[in-house]
Design a protein around this ligand. Structure first.
Ligand code: UDX
Length: 501
């Protein structure tokens, strides 16, 4: 007797569509969630831009990573930009705006196609959408189709919360406005930047104006990116829930503030560590060997690290979007060399402004010797493997949320040089709340770099290390059986299962 379509569908697991902003940091954490859901027996489709998908196919091990899970698929849409359009620095705004313009109709077509992402019947029709909170063009489509949606913001709770309160911050006149012709340095030096922000409940004691999440140093009420962040973040209350890649012992008080507005909150981080633990418990190879890198990983740095003494190297990386001017690059470089410590520095090929116009292979002669004898510079590394290497003593980071969590999970002290967005708040929490590192906020000066490197690697090493270790233990507890993130993931899976009935 042939089973009816309905009966066949009853046997199939729920099918979840995951839609990240197509940038490295967002994709990394959403792929980790996708894999965790697959491990829980759900079917998952991840929606990527063609551009991102091609990058992953070229440099990552996406295929082998997910070939272990039968219910995983990739769907793609176009971000509307030519492949050679830079998707770093301020130019990511072009991608966000273009996607906003053309993403809605593509998303609609995809969802309304006869197949409805069901792979010719191998999967159910999508029963729930998990989406980045800033892709709001997808909402009206799923709402019309009666499909529930959950937001997954890939930022910290401490950055999400001021974004959520941005209207209140503006009403209180606490958003620092940068004049149209005012340069970054003058703006940063303004005295009022150090005033405390009083309009974000629970943060009155540590959030200064300069720590508010920032878009390119401009908090201008008319800026389209700023406007989108503001309105989209407020809309979170309309979703069925909010997923955050964090854990209760790290951000409990802020999570409680958010819960007053969004009661159905799933804190399930650090996701990379939760995934690793769950893969290992099932006897599967952990994601360490399964990268989702958009750039080719240069493994020569691991051999270099192997030949360095324990805890002797500071790892320097500013993530996937940050770009540096030549002046900034030189300040970091002099600071690192003058500190006398060893360093492994990731300089992405697309991260230096004006890369083509000047001769970048020319190292100032006074940096040459220190770099040759103590430094290793590469284009992109397997970061989690690097952070876990015994030779690494500290992390000099731009305070992207994935990098921060990867550092916290392993117990490394940090120096923070925030570039933009959520990073300006994360770095404040690292230094002022968790006290596991130093915040270089709004300065870029070789003397400060040198001093901070000496402090985290040597002078104040023990105090940072002790607190970083305690936090790493708490992170381990959160992802273990019965821990807060572990239980929240189970609760999320139960909710997702209930979306088919
Ligand atoms: C940005 C935001 O700042 C971040 O907070 C947000 O959640 C996503 O967008 P990004 O600037 O790329 O992300 O930083 P981060 O969140 O730290 O993500 C970078 C990722 O790339 C990390 O997972 C890191 O392990 C990985 N990485 C970085 C590598 O694998 N190799 C490298 O050489 C550098």
């Amino acid at each position: 007797v042939e089973m009816s379509d309905r009966e066949t569908a009853m046997e199939l697991p729920p099918h979840i569509l995951i839609f990240p902003v197509p940038l490295q940091g967002h994709v990394n954490s959403m792929l980790n969630l996708a894999e965790l859901l697959c491990l829980s027996g759900l079917h998952v489709t991840i929606l990527l831009s063609d551009y991102t998908h091609n990058r992953l196919l070229r440099h990552a091990t996406l295929r082998s990573r997910f070939s272990r899970h039968s219910g995983f698929r990739v769907a793609t849409i176009s971000d509307g930009l030519p492949p050679d359009h830079p998707r770093v620095g301020e130019r990511i705004v072009d991608m966000a705006l273009s996607l906003k313009q053309i993403g809605g109709s593509q998303f609609r077509r995809l969802m309304e196609s006869t197949d409805g992402l069901s792979e010719g019947g191998a999967m159910r029709r999508v029963s729930c959408l998990i989406m980045d909170g800033v892709l709001s063009f997808a909402i009206s489509v799923v709402e019309e189709m009666g499909i529930p949606y959950i937001y997954f913001r890939t930022i910290s709770a401490c950055a999400f919360w001021p974004y959520f309160c941005i209207q209140e911050i503006m009403d209180a006149g606490e958003v620092p406005l940068r004049g149209k012709n005012e340069d970054k340095l003058t703006y940063w030096k303004k005295k009022e930047m150090d005033m405390m922000v009083t309009s974000v409940p629970g943060m009155e004691r540590f959030l200064r104006r300069r720590d508010i999440p920032r878009f390119f140093g401009v908090a201008n009420a008319d800026d389209p990116t700023f406007k989108t962040m503001k309105t989209d973040t407020k809309k979170t209350v309309e979703a069925c829930g909010l997923i955050l890649n964090t854990f209760e012992d790290l951000e409990g008080p802020i999570l409680d503030e958010i819960r007053k507005h969004i009661p159905n909150l799933y804190s399930i981080g650090p996701l990379h560590a939760l995934l690793k633990a769950q893969l290992e418990s099932k006897g599967m190879e952990s994601s360490h060997n399964h990268s989702s890198s958009f750039w080719e990983e240069d493994r020569s740095c691991i051999a270099w690290l192997d030949s360095q003494p324990t805890c002797s190297v500071i790892y320097v990386s500013f993530g996937s979007i940050t770009i540096l001017t030549r002046d900034e690059l030189l300040e970091f470089w002099y600071g690192l060399v003058n500190s006398g410590h060893r360093f492994l520095w990731v300089i992405r090929p697309d991260s230096i402004v004006g890369n083509n116009s000047e001769n970048w292979n020319e190292i100032p002669v006074e940096l040459e010797e220190g770099t040759k004898s103590r430094g290793c510079m590469v284009g992109w590394v397997p970061q989690q493997e690097v952070l876990a290497h015994p030779a690494i003593g500290a992390f000099f980071t731009h305070s992207g949320w994935n990098s921060t969590l990867e550092s916290i999970a392993i117990g490394l002290p940090m120096i923070c040089w925030a570039y933009f967005a959520d990073q300006t708040t994360n770095s404040r929490f690292v230094s002022k709340v968790w006290k596991i590192g130093l915040d270089m906020k709004d300065t870029c000066d070789r003397i400060i770099v040198e001093k901070m490197v000496k402090d985290v690697m040597d002078v104040r090493r023990d105090e940072f290390l002790e607190r970083a270790h305690s936090m790493a233990v708490l992170s381990g507890k959160a992802i273990s059986e019965g821990g807060s993130s572990y239980l929240n993931l189970n609760r999320l899976v139960e909710f997702l299962k209930s979306t088919v009935s």
